[in-house]
Design a binder for this molecule. Structure first.
Ligand code: ZN
Length: 216
């Protein structure tokens, strides 16, 4: 899958509009024509923002630029939510492209990564929370929403994820993701707690919380 940087992402049924970053391939090569060099600060922020791969259903993808074995592979993507309202998607291989092939992120994403302010609860957050709450919505999109809600350090993200933990279909498919997301928001929002005892949550959700705490 190869896309031009900052072109609209048209894979699957994304519940939110996304712009592509780092979907590199042989046709366009390492796209960095006018991308500025990445400072140490940007690299650190990029690393922090690229810890949790989501949408792992995309399938394994090989790097087209490795000339020696082992060739780097990756599955899934990272999503970056900017204050401007733009959301970027990059394949997990983007970290390898930056580290080993001199790829540079487009400047709007670099600038966004340096913005230290927490994301305000916005229309994207509302959309994801509504997806989680509505069993009639597409299940793939609902799993997507579960994984991305921790981008908002907000009580409403916790409430939406607690709702998800009551939804059998979502728990079957994404129970651990619900747990990981809950854990991440609870860590990010000091003083907030679950509204039910953790022991009342489904096993898979608790397993996700435990796994997230283990990763730290
Ligand atoms: Zn490579």
């Amino acid at each position: 899958m190869e896309h031009l940087d900052l072109s609209p992402y048209d894979y699957a049924d994304s519940p939110l509009p996304l712009l592509c970053v780092g979907w590199l391939g042989k046709q366009h090569g390492i796209q960095q024509w006018d991308h500025p060099a990445m400072s140490r600060k940007v690299l650190d922020a990029f690393e922090r923002a690229s810890r949790r791969a989501v949408s792992r259903t995309l399938g394994e993808h090989d790097c087209d630029f490795c000339t020696e074995e082992p060739v780097a592979t990756g599955n899934g993507e990272y999503r970056y939510y900017s204050h401007s309202g733009v959301t970027y998607t990059a394949p997990v291989l983007v970290k390898h492209y930056v580290r080993d092939h001199g790829y540079r992120l487009p400047s709007p994403l670099q600038e966004s990564l340096l913005d230290p302010r927490p994301l305000p609860w916005d229309a994207r957050a509302e959309r994801l929370a509504a997806l989680v709450a509505d069993p009639a919505e597409d299940i793939g999109a609902r799993c997507w929403a579960v994984a991305d809600l921790p981008h908002w350090q907000d009580r409403r993200a916790i409430d939406a994820l607690e709702l998800a933990a009551l939804d059998e279909e979502l728990v079957d498919l994404a129970g651990r993701d619900i747990g990981r997301s809950l854990s991440q928001v609870l860590i990010a929002v000091p003083g907030e707690r679950l509204s039910v005892p953790e022991s009342d949550l489904p096993f898979e959700v608790r397993a996700g919380i435990t796994a997230d705490r283990a990763v730290g």
